[in-house]
Design a protein around this ligand. Structure first.
Ligand SMILES: NC(=O)c1ccc[n+]([C@@H]2O[C@H](COP(=O)([O-])OP(=O)(O)OC[C@H]3O[C@@H](n4cnc5c(N)ncnc54)[C@H](OP(=O)(O)O)[C@@H]3O)[C@@H](O)[C@H]2O)c1
Length: 234
């Protein structure tokens, strides 16, 4: 089950999973864009498009129920929802904090809550939360992104411990710059190539990482830091 599957990281992940032979549930709001991805991935009965707004609690419940009905199990959940718009602390209203959490943190947690028991029944599950390094290292003008991503990372580590006994792993991926969204924030090319390179050197991000496929370890690594170390590379 891949969220945000119509564009960017979610689309690339969905295509990658299909290429590896996974039956996939593609979700985002725009049906036509999801259908394009389904076609691009080869179409057929093993691709199931479920459009809807992931910030809606009832849609999240419908999505999980529809996936279970269609495939009888859920092996992999790719939690992938948009981060908040850039903004400084001074320009952030308390209501913006709530909205930002409701767009990414809350859907991730709510889906884990419903999907993890389905995975536990089959004694197999891989939950991957798409997060962002900004949760570990704040960046100017990206106040809410840092806040939301820090919360997702913290929750992921908590949940990794909780579900490990069921052979359900919970990990974070902290992507480097990817697609159109890479044009905002510290990764952006508008920040200038030199600055972008400096940021990547400082955080060690941007290098390709191995995909955690079916052969992945049955216990979560100690922390998501293995994907992208915060310590500067020498
Ligand atoms: N791209 C980067 O450089 C980068 C770097 C670090 C971290 N990240 C993180 O990676 C995640 C994905 O980023 P991205 O750049 O791949 O995003 P993106 O290209 O903007 O794609 C967002 C996806 O989410 C869907 N979406 C948006 N609002 C939705 C809603 N309310 N309900 C359901 N689906 C919704 C969009 O489709 P619809 O509009 O059709 O719904 C689209 O499929 C974000 O959490 C971001 O913080 C990205």
């Amino acid at each position: 089950m891949v969220l945000g599957a119509s564009e960017g990281i979610g689309r690339a992940t969905a295509l990658n999973l299909r290429a590896k032979g996974y039956a996939t549930v593609l979700s985002a709001r725009t049906r036509s864009a999801l259908e394009d991805v389904a076609r691009e991935s080869g179409g057929g009965q093993d691709v199931f498009v479920v459009p809807g707004d992931i910030t809606s609690r009832s849609f999240r419940a419908d999505l999980v129920a529809a996936a279970e009905r269609r495939f009888g199990r859920i092996d992999v959940l790719i939690n992938n929802a948009p981060g908040p718009a850039p903004g400084s602390f001074d320009s952030t209203d308390p209501a913006d904090v709530t909205t930002a959490m409701e767009r990414k943190l809350v859907p991730y947690l709510d889906l884990i809550k419903s999907v993890a028991p389905v995975m536990a029944r089959n004694e197999f599950g891989r939950i991957v939360n798409i997060v962002g390094n900004i949760g570990k290292e704040p960046a100017s003008g990206m106040f809410l992104s840092g806040l939301v991503n820090a919360a997702v990372s913290n929750a992921s580590k908590y949940l990794a411990s909780q579900y490990a006994k069921d052979n359900v792993t919970v990990n974070c991926v902290h992507p480097g710059p990817f697609g159109p969204s890479a044009t905002t924030g510290p990764w952006s090319t508008s920040a200038g190539p030199a600055e972008s390179r400096r940021t990547r050197r400082r955080t060690g991000c941007g290098a390709p990482s191995p995909w955690p496929g079916r052969g992945a370890p049955t216990r979560s690594p100690p922390s998501s830091d293995s994907w992208c170390p915060t310590k500067p590379r020498t």
